[in-house]
Ligand binder design. Structure first.
Ligand SMILES: [Zn+2]
Length: 264
């Protein structure tokens, strides 16, 4: 393990880049500097301690503080979102992570999951009843004659329909990443050094961590599934953060008898 344990790497750079535009409610969670424990820091410390099985601190940094830490420790502040230091029971969290967690704690429902990103035109077969004028042989007073009459008929027509396309909202994905970062660092504090193992175990406790942050169970499990499906695959296969053993029934499965994944 490197002294600096990066929680999330390059796959989320683009997501992080626009995070500074997010609105914050109330004082930022890093207010008062490193010597003051904000309400969010206290809550994150309690959660991290539970999953790390030891008492630990959670430290939120402002953007400027994170940039200074990054310069001193020689990492890219836009790529590394958190780290732990060997032998220390503390999670050092970036402003981006803390802001996203702060918003989730404040009102999980404000973090909208799906956003419309466009439309696609589809052609659908529709049944229509039409009235047409036809020439028909009819009998009038005993005599057959040709007359124009109107008849109703059901026809199938093809019509273009604009169908909305939805994706996970970028704010939502950032929030999901922030929860995973918190869980990932807790695994490091717990003593799990290997990045792929820490990442995989964190995914399996993700829903429980999200619940501690105030997210209802169903939504918390959905967020864990979204991370597994949409974010985890962005890591290169067999990279430091990804393992083929991280799957239901794999060597990193914490609950091998359960067929539910990633949340047992
Ligand atoms: Zn790590």
């Amino acid at each position: 393990m490197r002294v600096l344990a990066a929680a999330v790497c390059c796959a989320v750079v683009a997501l992080v880049a626009s995070a500074s535009a997010r609105a914050t409610h109330g004082p930022p969670p890093w207010e008062g500097g490193l010597s003051v424990v904000s309400p969010l820091e206290a809550r994150l410390a309690t959660i991290t301690s539970e999953f790390a099985s030891r008492s630990t601190a959670a430290i939120c940094h402002s953007e400027a503080e994170w940039a200074a830490v990054a310069a001193a420790r020689n990492f890219d502040p836009a790529v590394v979102l958190a780290f732990v230091r060997r032998g220390e029971a503390a999670s050092y969290l970036s402003d981006v992570v803390c802001r996203d967690l702060d918003e989730l704690v404040g009102n999980y429902a404000s973090v909208v999951r799906r956003c419309q990103v466009g439309t696609v035109t589809e052609y659908r077969q529709l049944k229509r009843t039409v009235t047409r004028s036809v020439t028909k042989r009819v009998r009038v007073r005993g005599q057959w004659t040709m007359r124009r009459v109107r008849v109703r008929k059901t026809v199938t027509v093809s019509r273009p329909v604009d169908v909305p396309i939805y994706r996970l909202c970028s704010n939502y994905v950032r929030t999901v990443v922030a929860v995973q970062v918190l869980a990932h660092e807790a695994m490091h504090v717990r003593g799990i050094v290997n990045e792929a193992a820490a990442e995989c175990y964190a995914m399996q406790v993700f829903a429980s961590v999200a619940e501690r942050l105030g997210v209802p169970t169903t939504r918390a499990r959905e967020m864990a599934s979204d991370y597994w499906r949409d974010v985890y695959p962005q890591r290169p296969p067999e990279s430091a953060y990804r393992s083929s053993e991280c799957r239901d029934g794999g060597a990193l499965d914490l609950a091998p008898t359960s067929s539910s994944w990633p949340t047992p």
